[in-house]
Every structure is written in structure tokens, then in C-alpha cells.
Design a protein around this ligand. Structure first.
Ligand SMILES: [Zn+2]
Length: 210
């Protein structure tokens, strides 16, 4: 079975939103000498490939522990979009027929997970409305946010809340061709959390029958 790993490697170098808590791993025991290796981490939950929960962007939202796992598991469509820097993906940029309830956008606009750039592409609220009308309940993007870097109103996050669409951010789709796959990207069972890192993978479509 072909597995596409769509999660960036997590290291202290991975870029997080400016001002957010960076990733660090603290080693408390090490081999040889100790009979065990033991460590802990400190980090923003918005780390690498991650699921935002609705409590991140709305006062009435849910913690990530209450999100239905079906959002992050099942038939999924990868769509390529090439746009000028900083632009939102709008309905007119969508050329493909939507064939799955989970849709991931590859923009190539945040090419290095270890190097922050402000001018990544994002989603438009109109696109989220259109996708929700077509039965999409999860969207993903290969950038750190579904809204532009400097957005204060966070219109796309608000649209996600109002249409109850789940979201994956920070995924890596550079090696993945457009088309249909099975997505597995389960959040941790973190009570009341606003987000969770995920190990996001895609399985080739034929695995759907397994
Ligand atoms: Zn996030």
C-alpha cells in the first residue's frame, strides 16, 4: 500500500506563527547512563500539520476532543491551485469537480516548513460556502492558515465555523498528485484544546476498498 506522508518533520527549526510558542523538546533522561530515554515537549498546538478546532476561532466553538473523527478519516480529494502570492483561492479558481467530502488544496505558497513567509495563499469565505454547499465537511491547505497572514477579521475561519467545516493547516502536498485518496489525520484527544498536531497521511485511492 502506498502511503504519502503529508506532515512536515517536527524539529526546533519548524516555523510557527510569529509570536506563537515554538516547538522544543526537553531531554530529562538519556542513554547511555540512564536506563531510559525520556523527554517532554513545549509547543503551540498549531504546529506543522495540525487541525484547528472551532474553539480556536469562535466563542461557541468546540474543543478538539469533541470533533467527530470522521472529519479526519476517509475519502479525500487533492486539488492543485496556482495563484499570485498572498491571494485567496476563490470559487472561480476551482476547475475540478468536487468528488469527496474532504478537500485538500496544494498551493505551493509556503514551500519551506522551516522558513516563515507572509505571502502564502489562503481560502476565501466564498470558496468555503461553495464547498460546504457541495457537501464538503473538511478542508485542508499547505499553508499555516486559511486566512491571509495579516487578516484580523479571519473571514475564512468564520465561514468554517458558520458552515461547520473542519480544517487542516500546514500539510505538505509537494509530492502528491491531484486526485482521490484516503486521508488519515487524527487529532490528539486533548480536552478543550483549540487545535492539535496531526500525523497526516494519504493512502492511494484503491486502499478505500480495504
Ligand atoms: Zn491553526
Amino acid at each position: 500500500m502506498k502511503i504519502w506522508d503529508i506532515s512536515p518533520l517536527i524539529t526546533p527549526e519548524i516555523a510557527v506563527f510569529p509570536g506563537d510558542v515554538p516547538f522544543a523538546r526537553h531531554v530529562s533522561m538519556q542513554m547511555p547512563g540512564n536506563n531510559l530515554a525520556l523527554s517532554s515537549i513545549s509547543t503551540t498546538l498549531h504546529l506543522g500539520a495540525h487541525a484547528d478546532s472551532s474553539s480556536h476561532y469562535h466563542k461557541d466553538g468546540q474543543g478538539v476532543d469533541r470533533r467527530a473523527l470522521e472529519r479526519y478519516l476517509g475519502k479525500c480529494q487533492v486539488i492543485y491551485v496556482t495563484l499570485p502570492k498572498g491571494e485567496r483561492i476563490r470559487p472561480e479558481h476551482l476547475k475540478e469537480k468536487i468528488e469527496a467530502p474532504r478537500v485538500l488544496f496544494r498551493t505551493g505558497s509556503f514551500p519551506n516548513p522551516n522558513e516563515w513567509n507572509d505571502d502564502f495563499n489562503s481560502l476565501s469565505p466564498e470558496l468555503i460556502e461553495l464547498l460546504a454547499d457541495k457537501g464538503v465537511f473538511t478542508v485542508g491547505i499547505d499553508t499555516p492558515s486559511v486566512d491571509p497572514h495579516d487578516s484580523k477579521a479571519l473571514e475564512s475561519h468564520q465561514a468554517l465555523y458558520h458552515r461547520d467545516v473542519a480544517v487542516l493547516e500546514g500539510i505538505v502536498l509537494e509530492k502528491v498528485s491531484p486526485g482521490l485518496y484516503t486521508l488519515i489525520a487524527l487529532p490528539l484527544h486533548l480536552k478543550d484544546a483549540d487545535a492539535s498536531p496531526v500525523r497526516a497521511i494519504l493512502l492511494e485511492e484503491k486502499a478505500l476498498t480495504l
